[in-house]
Design a protein around this ligand. Structure first.
Ligand code: ADP
Ligand code: ADP
Length: 219
């Protein structure tokens, strides 16, 4: 069992790289943001409770996030380990994750920090779109979806923007990241499991740096 955390500000490329990391490692991708969006789409009580916080760019309260995560970890597909994407985001979440994994004779083996400056993030998030059909994430400026002839089809109505990707909400999410999530970097660094990747590089270069870390971990 191997467990990896992807940590980084909104728009740093965690989800994009997680898709590739899953193929390489066979670990299961667990994104708390995706779980909340799925709950909201299904209209569950949890989804409705989370919505107000997400729309405002605030963190959903720890108890809600933790209950949802524990439920996810009890699913039968969690056999080889997990890539945690967007969780933990507070020290309390990190402590709970440690005790939860310890109770399963497991632990966090590696934490990958995707480092990207705020100005780059604002541009990335303003261009983030995803397909209503496949859920795949693209970027209007950096990685547009294309048709069979290679034409940019970003403007087709197949692609939508997340409600919380407006500039105002993003600014708040960045503030929240700096105050509530950044302390986790020291927490994991002190344990010697932190790997920092320059997330401002082109996607392929970020992937190549990431694969080095993953291959070493899975060896
Ligand atoms: P991004 O990929 O842009 O960082 P996410 O999809 O991870 O965003 O999260 C979207 C929103 O869901 C967050 O702004 C927050 O409101 C909520 N959320 C997701 N994960 C957590 C978490 N671990 N703790 C608290 N809130 C969370
Ligand atoms: P996160 O999950 O950390 O919030 P995403 O993986 O959703 O971030 O990426 C945010 C946006 O930036 C997406 O539109 C994605 O296509 C784009 N993106 C991801 N990595 C890069 C990169 N290295 N260079 C340019 N754009 C990127």
């Amino acid at each position: 069992m191997k467990n990896i955390i992807f940590i980084g500000p909104p728009g740093a490329g965690k989800g994009t790289q997680a898709q590739i990391a899953v193929e390489r490692t066979g670990l299961v991708h667990v994104s708390t943001g995706d779980l909340f969006r799925a709950a909201l789409k299904q209209g569950t009580e949890l989804g409705l409770k989370a919505k107000g916080y997400m729309d405002a760019g605030e963190l959903v309260p720890d108890t809600l996030v933790i209950d949802m995560l524990l439920e996810r970890l009890d699913k039968p597909d969690i056999t080889t380990g997990v890539i945690f994407d967007g969780f933990p985001r507070t020290l309390e979440q990190a402590h709970t994750l440690d005790t939860t994994l310890a109770a399963r004779s497991s632990q966090i083996d590696s934490v990958v920090l995707f480092k990207v400056d705020d100005d780059v993030l604002l541009k990335r998030i303003s261009g983030r779109i995803s397909s209503k059909v496949t859920g795949m994430v693209y970027n209007k400026y950096f990685d547009p979806p294309r048709d069979a002839e290679g034409n940019d089809i970003s403007d087709s109505d197949e692609f939508v923007q997340r409600a919380d990707d407006s500039e105002e909400t993003v600014r708040n999410r960045l503030k929240v990241y700096h105050t509530q999530t950044e302390p986790l970097i020291d927490y994991y660094n002190e344990r010697g499991v932190l790997h920092t990747i320059n997330g401002e590089q082109a996607m392929e270069q970020v992937t190549s740096d990431l694969l080095q870390v993953l291959d070493e971990l899975m060896a």
